[in-house]
Ligand binder design. Structure first.
Ligand SMILES: Cc1cc2nc3c(=O)[nH]c(=O)nc-3n(C[C@H](O)[C@H](O)[C@H](O)COP(=O)(O)OP(=O)(O)OC[C@H]3O[C@@H](n4cnc5c(N)ncnc54)[C@H](O)[C@@H]3O)c2cc1C
Length: 462
């Protein structure tokens, strides 16, 4: 049973990426004091925007696909609603590569009937989806099993496999469907059919307070993390690497590596928002079983190859968000995002900007290759699929040894164990993009849910 402190509770948030910043933001909103301990000089974690030679380079997240009111609430509170920019009307569809040709991805059910992405047989199989019985909610299926069973193998190979490669740098054959595609999973559980469920949701969706929109900011995605950092003021502590946490009575000691000696902070509760491997190190003296589960979460490597070209060096009109590449096309890139079509101000006049993704679960070894080799392979692909000619006007490569967490089979067990932590170990909370959503939107929303839980646990909310 938690002892409610006589004073206003103080929470130490470990990690200053979007997960930590938003948890801190929402805790402050709930009138709980916080301080954020971040090991590096800067807030934002992987989110980083740089303006180089007139190109706006977002090194990780490029945009935020939002349908949650809490994201808007946060943007309003930290004063960045005016800086939001919305996707250009030209960037409506995504493309999928088929036989070296970018083919627009269908936007609705009618589009799936007319598209040449699927054969007649594939379309017939897709349309029979409402007739497929639902499976027992207890069975953990992979994304491949789930999609092939409900929508057919063609949809799996032509649509879902490139989507998973491009969005999660992952392999649908090893990811847990329930954890990776929670919306599709719940459509099956609730309505017995993805198609029927999506139709019902769409009818209801028009009445929600937050219609879906894709946005970024004039100065890139770092606007959001910088704005939260400014909102937190002196509560954000850079160059504060946490090396240990220890429960002491009703409070916690948080040990921060100092030049010499280490420094210890005192807090009523601790929220760990570092990547899972760091979280595992911090909790292992207290919860060995939880630490072992966290250690097992895989993060494949990824290289992000940002390229700029003169407009006339690219034959394709680039009239979309970008193009995702199925593995059977035999390309190196997992996909390409067309930044200068998506948002204004991403490339100098007369130039176009693209972000290309290389590696992931599909080709992890390529991320170890030299910059020249990675660029060469990328340009060969862009030449085939988009008719890109000559050398780029601008190149910047970012490598992630561990890019994005994979929600593999067994992820539901991880969630049960990790989310149960504060009941077993009062005052210890764990969050991060490796639990319930990798997107910036989900990190913000999960921060809000966590803050509500902590506020409730401390008796400050009914
Ligand atoms: C290439 C790429 C492209 C992406 N594109 C998109 C996109 O377009 N849209 C979208 O919504 N999402 C996108 N994402 C996902 C999203 O950006 C991430 O999931 C999210 O930013 C992760 O935030 P986080 O705070 O959970 O983790 P991180 O950003 O990793 O932050 C963790 C922080 O913890 C700190 N830390 C670690 N150990 C310690 C310690 N011991 N003590 C103190 N601090 C510590 C780290 O320094 C870091 O600052 C992308 C991700 C990548 C990698």
């Amino acid at each position: 049973m938690k002892q409610v402190p006589a004073h206003k509770p103080i929470v130490a948030v470990i990690g200053g990426g979007i997960s930590g910043l938003s948890a801190a933001f929402w805790l402050l909103q709930n009138n709980i004091d916080i301080f954020v301990l971040e090991q590096t000089e800067r807030p934002g974690g992987v989110i980083r925007s740089e303006n180089i030679d007139g190109y706006l380079v977002d090194r990780a997240a490029n945009c935020l696909l939002n349908y949650l009111p809490e994201v808007n609430t946060l943007c309003d509170a930290v004063g960045i609603r005016d800086e939001q920019i919305y996707r250009s009307p030209v960037a409506k569809s995504r493309y999928l590569l088929k036989n070296d040709q970018p083919v627009p991805m269908p936007q609705d059910s009618f589009g799936f009937i007319t598209t040449n992405l699927l054969s007649l047989r594939g379309k017939a199989r897709l349309l029979s989806e409402p007739l497929i019985p639902r499976v027992n909610a207890g069975k953990e299926e992979t994304v491949s099993e789930f999609v092939a069973r409900r929508l057919g193998r063609e949809v799996l190979e032509q649509v879902m496999e490139p989507f998973i490669g491009g969005t999660y740098a992952g392999d649908p054959g090893s990811l847990c469907a329930r954890s990776t595609l929670p919306m599709l999973y719940s459509l099956e559980q609730r309505y017995g059919s993805l198609i029927i469920g999506a139709l019902i949701k769409r009818l209801k969706g028009s009445r929600t307070s937050c219609p879906m929109h894709l946005f970024s900011f004039h100065r890139g995605m770092e606007t959001i993390t910088k704005a939260i950092f400014q909102y937190l003021g002196g509560r954000f502590m850079p160059r504060s690497r946490v090396t240990g946490i220890e429960p002491k009575g009703n409070s916690w000691q948080v040990i921060v590596e100092g030049d010499n000696p280490s420094f210890t902070y005192q807090a009523d509760a601790v929220v760990i928002t570092t990547p899972s491997v760091e979280a595992a190190k911090l909790i292992s003296p207290i919860d060995l079983e939880g630490a072992e589960l966290l250690k097992g979460i895989e993060y494949p490597p990824l290289a992000v190859v940002y390229t700029g070209f003169k407009r006339d060096a690219v034959k394709h009109p680039l009239d979309g968000i970008g193009c995702m590449v199925p593995s059977r096309e035999g390309y190196t890139i997992l996909g390409t995002l067309w930044n200068s079509t998506l948002f204004d101000g991403r490339a100098p006049e007369g130039r176009v900007a693209m972000t290309n993704y290389v590696g992931g679960r599909r080709h992890p070894g390529i991320v170890e290759e030299s910059d020249e080799r990675i660029l060469d392979l990328t340009l060969t692909d862009l030449q085939h699929m988009l008719g890109v000619k000559g050398t780029p006007d601008f190149v910047s490569i970012t490598r992630y040894k561990k890019a994005l967490p994979q929600y593999g089979i067994g992820h539901q067990d991880i969630l049960r164990r990790i989310e149960d932590t504060p009941d077993r170990i009062p005052g210890l909370y764990i969050a991060g993009n490796y639990l319930r959503g990798i997107s910036v939107r989900d990190c913000i929303s999960n921060g809000a849910k966590l803050a509500t839980k902590i506020t409730r646990d401390y008796g400050l909310l009914a």
